[in-house]
Design a protein around this ligand. Structure first.
Ligand code: NAI
Length: 347
């Protein structure tokens, strides 16, 4: 079986090759492309049984249709989020779409907490100051987290892991999620979004990007937040109306912002643009605030997570090939879960 990996970085190759090598009778031939999958590059999937993609590959209906035309039968996401794939088009063309739903929720939660800690105690500024021989404390004043209220939007695996850590800090945790979970109920109380926003000293986003959550943080919802609120987004950039967030940073209604994701990230993130003039004025404005941290979508990036991502992605395709079903399938129509033409091997 031929698997074409798009947006493949050296670290992807390292972990996928290692995962493939542990499969004794492996028949998966992996081809790595360091560029993303798009309408311009989809022709390179020709002859592949499956493609493996990441968060910034764009699989709209035209790309999905082209994949089907090239004979590809499965789209393997090596991430949890799937907002970049047109699932309806995949179902229409009979392609399996599978993701890695839970490779390390703690990795992302720990990163969200690292952002909270950095922003709150200004360690990003202290690091630079001390290197310049400046040991003054003015401007580094933080707030004790113990006793503060953390509002979690989305209490799935990552939201609950974040809530658990913040509870350990002595914070009060509250949450909004249209589908409440028993795991969160052990940590704190559910609220409506309208109740959560004015009560929270820190708001951390952990819901997926969907039509219903796009720009869930906007001018109106920001106005309901506590003045000086700290806003953390490790989920997807499209959850924020970034222009509204910039206005709120300028007016000081938002007192601190940490982003691991950005709405326009696909043309920049995961590559070195340090020798270029970056044209995205919104992103560049964000980087000028001393109380805004922007990272390049790295919350997932731990050794343990990369290992599990590679293992689970290969397990997904093996399971589908051998049994005709895949428990991590995101496509609804059961008839597409059996593709007799896909090469079947004994494992
Ligand atoms: P999950 O599927 O376990 O949980 C998502 C939760 O959001 C569910 O409980 C769901 O009910 C809730 N939800 C749905 N609609 C909502 C709404 N309108 N308002 C509030 N909550 C809503 O997902 P998981 O694993 O916790 O991941 C969350 C998100 O984190 C992913 O969708 C992905 O976008 C992002 N992510 C970011 C990574 C990074 O490296 N920065 C890595 C992995 C995931």
């Amino acid at each position: 079986m031929k698997l074409s990996v798009f947006s493949g970085k050296p670290y992807d190759k390292k972990y996928f090759d290692a995962a493939n090598a542990t499969r004794p009778a492996s028949e998966i031939h992996i081809v790595y492309h360091d560029f993303s999958l798009s309408e311009d590059t989809v022709f390179l999937a020709k002859g592949s049984d499956a493609v493996c993609v990441f968060v910034n590959d764009s699989l709209g209906s035209a790309v999905v249709e082209a994949l089907a035309r090239e004979g590809v039968q499965a789209i393997l996401l090596r991430c949890a989020g799937f907002n970049n794939v047109d699932l309806d088009a995949a179902e229409k063309h009979g392609l399996l779409v599978a993701n890695v739903p839970s490779y390390s929720p703690e990795a992302v939660a720990e990163f969200a907490v690292a952002l909270i800690q950095t922003l709150n105690r200004n360690t990003h500024r202290a690091y630079n100051r001390v290197r310049e021989g400046n040991f003054a404390l003015d401007g580094l004043l933080g707030r004790t987290l113990h006793g503060k209220t953390v509002g979690i939007i989305g209490t799935g695996k990552i939201g609950v892991a974040t809530a658990r850590i913040m509870k350990g800090f002595g914070c009060r945790v509250i949450a909004y999620d249209p589908f409440p979970s028993p795991a969160f109920k052990e940590l704190g109380d559910y609220k409506s979004l309208e109740e959560l926003l004015p009560e929270s000293d820190i708001v951390s986003l952990h819901c997926p990007l969907m039509d219903s959550t796009r720009h869930i943080i906007n001018e109106q919802t920001i106005a309901k937040m506590k003045p000086g609120v700290m806003l953390i987004n490790t989920s997807r950039g499209g959850l924020l109306d970034t222009t509204a967030v910039i206005h709120a940073l300028k007016s000081k209604h938002i007192g601190g912002l940490a982003l691991d994701v950005y709405e326009g990230e696909s043309s920049l993130f995961y590559d070195d643009h340090s020798g270029e003039i970056i044209q995205d004025d919104i992103l560049m404005r964000l980087t000028t605030f001393h109380n805004a941290l922007v990272c390049g979508h790295q919350a997932f990036f731990t050794e343990e997570a990369l290992k599990e991502i590679a293992d689970c992605t290969l397990r997904n395709i093996e399971e589908y090939v051998t049994s005709g079903v895949c428990k991590n399938s995101l496509t609804k129509d059961p008839k597409i879960r059996r593709r007799d033409s896909l090469p079947v091997r004994n494992v």
